[in-house]
Design a protein around this ligand. Structure first.
Ligand SMILES: Cc1cc2nc3c(=O)[nH]c(=O)nc-3n(C[C@H](O)[C@H](O)[C@H](O)COP(=O)(O)O)c2cc1C
Length: 276
């Protein structure tokens, strides 16, 4: 049978750019192999997650999310379940993790895609630099990763030529494993759920980039130092501030980052799965 794919999409939530980079790399690789263009859909912005995105048969959709606490970010997973409508199109969920552990995030995203009406062909857990520190997952993804993506996409392309595509599905009663509980350097629990970014007023030039990049719309438009909304610790405002004016000073948060840096700098593996 001929490859049934007519359109290819890279759909991602990516506050600090790791998921975006991986989506583009894998999406372009697949598009090139199949002689198609890649269409990108960025769901990082809150408004884009509040709109409905419908796909149709013949679409191949790479759905890409970061791993937070070994799961899909809990404030985002509900949006993804509602804003994506598969209608029998094919999905490949990919979770991007920062060199510590992907936990159960891939199955969670796979179940979201299944529930949204996609036929889920394959999935992956892919390593990127950790949003918390450049020392964790440093310079990932790199050329060795890109080679692995290429062979994964080639395997998928071969499978797509088969006549009967009956993917193995997750059982209906699937429940994701519990969230990872972050630890401090002394291996006791790190509690930073309520931590919010601070602003060094001597560096801030009021450009408003932090306000615009916050995926939760949590920064005040009137006062960029004020964060009245929920902070998911994504680090978008920290990493995208051109003046380096944003920072976290929460002790538990900083101790957790140090713990991950102390224990998880050894090169972690990408994991690929085919469900057909
Ligand atoms: C709040 C938060 C929690 C995270 N939890 C994990 C985790 O449990 N395991 C892991 O390996 N990486 C974890 N990471 C790292 C991210 O998965 C990684 O940095 C990813 O590339 C972020 O995607 P982005 O660059 O598209 O924003 C976490 C990052 C953040 C911001």
């Amino acid at each position: 049978m001929k490859n049934p794919i007519e359109r290819i999409f890279a759909v991602y939530f990516s506050p600090t750019g790791g998921c975006k980079k991986i989506s583009q790399k894998i999406g372009f690789t697949a598009a090139e192999m199949m002689g198609l263009d890649l269409e990108e859909m960025d769901l990082t912005n809150l408004a884009s997650r509040k709109s409905l995105h419908e796909f149709s048969k013949g679409d191949l959709v790479f759905v890409v999310s970061p791993v937070y606490a070994s799961r899909i970010p809990n404030k985002i997973v509900g949006d993804l379940a509602v804003c994506l409508k598969g209608q029998g199109s094919y999905a490949v969920p990919l979770v991007v993790y920062g060199n510590r552990s992907p936990g159960d995030a891939l199955n969670e995203l796979r179940s979201v895609c299944q529930g949204a009406g996609f036929s889920v062909l394959a999935g992956g857990c892919l390593v990127a630099r950790h949003a918390f520190s450049d020392d964790i997952g440093r310079a990932r993804p790199d050329t060795a990763d890109f080679e692995e993506y290429r062979s994964f996409v080639a395997d998928l392309g071969e499978k797509l030529k088969e006549d009967d595509l009956e993917p193995i599905t997750l059982p209906d009663d699937y429940e994701p494993e519990p969230y990872y509980k972050p630890l401090k350097e002394d291996m006791t629990p790190a509690k930073f759920l309520k931590a919010k970014p601070k602003t060094d007023e001597s560096k801030c030039d009021q450009c408003g980039i932090c306000y615009r990049v916050c995926p939760m719309d949590s920064i005040s438009r009137e006062n960029y130092s004020d964060v009245p909304g929920i902070c998911i610790k994504c680090q978008a405002c920290i990493r995208k501030c051109p003046q380096g004016a944003k920072y976290f000073d929460d002790e538990d948060f900083l101790s957790h980052v140090a713990m991950v840096r102390n224990n998880f700098t050894r090169r972690a593996d990408n994991i690929f799965q085919l469900y057909i």
